[in-house]
Design a binder for this molecule. Structure first.
Ligand SMILES: [Zn+2]
Length: 415
């Protein structure tokens, strides 16, 4: 069984690398000229630059992926896991404390291995292409704050779950699920009020008249805008985005200042209309319900497998602590996740198209959203020529060329 698992893991890893390679090669082939919406926005020089950006990103991703595979092989198949398990067992007493320490140290090691990559990505790669706007000091402050927030959340979630397992050994799957569901709802509320302000500065929109237009747009679909804010994302990166949060009918709209720099008002409103589409078409609610159903099934499956005592045998081990078995389960879940990715990507692309249609109907044409997307692709050096297979497996949004052509074709369809 151990060999079979090893073979499946290696196969998936090779497949992942092969897909990256396929995607990169596809982009370097000759392509038909870009459609009209791209003229004047993206020229040959831009394309060459975005190709160089993708190549640099892929190279880094490849090295990072290789390090990840090597560490996994060493830990799960090289005999490190049982050794680590016994070591933690001898270090502290008590089910909850042992479990917490087991995961905390592993997360810390994982973070340490990730640090050089994060540094290189920000200060070499993103810097070279003009995206990085972060000072080393800000990077350190961010790291410190993330560790603090992450540590508190980890202690709360992992500690609470382990406690529930210890007090309700026959039914913990239901309790743990309920605990996580409650916590995630609580975090939706807490995040914009407590966590995000730790990292970003939110302020009212500077552009005169824009807030009124945003409120008018939201009112059109019966959504009340609580606060309309801009956020100083430009302190960190040149990449741009827009989002809104909030449960119920009162929404908090947040626009990246980089987005405000890059788009005209009409394009910005079209992007917001698309986001509103997600809410109006029930995508956010559906995603929440779907993830809770999946979480419930996972909790039950984990409970059943952990009680079956089959897990240590999968790696040829006699015994493994509860935490060690949960880790193994998580890894098995990530293998299964690879096969689930195309399904969830397809589902997401379908919803993106629905939200696009909603935006077209609301704004009256697809032209503004299309030109906004083209500008964002220009600013973000996005890949205009992804491999269709890569799109099918990984893309949560339709590929840009296809999306823009679709939007343009819709421009006169209304009324
Ligand atoms: Zn969307």
């Amino acid at each position: 069984m151990k060999l079979l698992l090893l073979a499946i893991y290696l196969l998936i890893s090779v497949l992942r690398f092969a897909l990256d390679w396929l995607n990169l090669r596809h982009r370097r082939q000759a392509h038909p000229p870009l459609p009209r919406a791209f003229h004047g926005q993206i020229d040959e020089q831009r394309l060459a630059r975005s190709e160089a950006y993708a190549l640099a990103g892929d190279r880094l991703g490849f090295v990072e992926g290789c390090v990840g595979v090597l560490l996994t092989l060493l830990f799960l198949f090289g005999g490190l896991l049982p050794w680590y398990d016994r070591w933690v067992d001898g270090l502290v007493d008590g089910f909850i404390l042992q479990g917490l320490l087991f995961f905390a140290l592993l997360l810390l090691v994982q973070m340490l291995f990730g640090l050089p990559f994060s540094l290189y990505r920000n200060f070499v790669l993103e810097e070279r292409f003009g995206f990085n706007r972060m000072s080393f000091r800000l990077w350190c402050a961010d790291l410190f704050k993330s560790l603090l927030v992450g540590g508190v959340l980890f202690a709360l979630l992992a500690g609470g779950s382990l406690w529930l397992v210890s007090v309700a050994p026959d039914s913990w799957w239901l309790w743990v699920w309920g605990f996580w569901a409650g916590m995630s709802l609580f975090l939706i509320y807490l995040s914009p009020n407590l966590i995000e302000p730790l990292f970003f500065k939110f302020s009212p929109l500077e552009k005169p008249g824009l807030e009124t237009r945003v409120r008018e747009l939201l009112a059109k679909v019966g959504v009340k805008a609580g606060k309309v804010l801009q956020v100083d994302a430009s302190r960190r990166s040149g990449h741009s985005n827009a989002y809104f949060t909030g449960i119920g009918n009162v929404k908090r709209v947040v626009l990246f200042d980089t987005l405000l720099e890059q788009l005209e008002d009409e394009e910005l409103l079209a992007v917001l209309a698309h986001e509103l589409g997600h809410w109006r078409c029930g995508h956010i609610r559906k995603r929440l319900i779907k993830s809770q159903i999946v979480a419930l099934a996972c909790c039950w499956l984990a409970f059943t497998l952990l009680n079956s005592h089959l897990l240590p045998g999968l790696l040829g081990l006699e015994q493994l602590s509860f935490a060690g078995q949960v880790l193994l389960l998580g890894w098995l879940g990530s293998l299964a996740g690879f096969f689930w990715t195309p399904v969830s990507s397809w589902w997401s692309r379908k919803q993106e198209r629905e939200a696009d249609q909603f935006a077209v109907d609301l704004v009256g044409s697809g032209r503004e959203l299309a030109s906004g997307l083209v500008k964002l692709a220009r600013e973000n050096l996005s890949n205009l020529f992804p491999h269709p297979l890569y799109v099918a497996i990984y893309y949560s949004h339709p590929a840009l060329l296809e999306r823009v052509l679709w939007l343009e074709s819709r421009k006169n369809s209304k009324r």
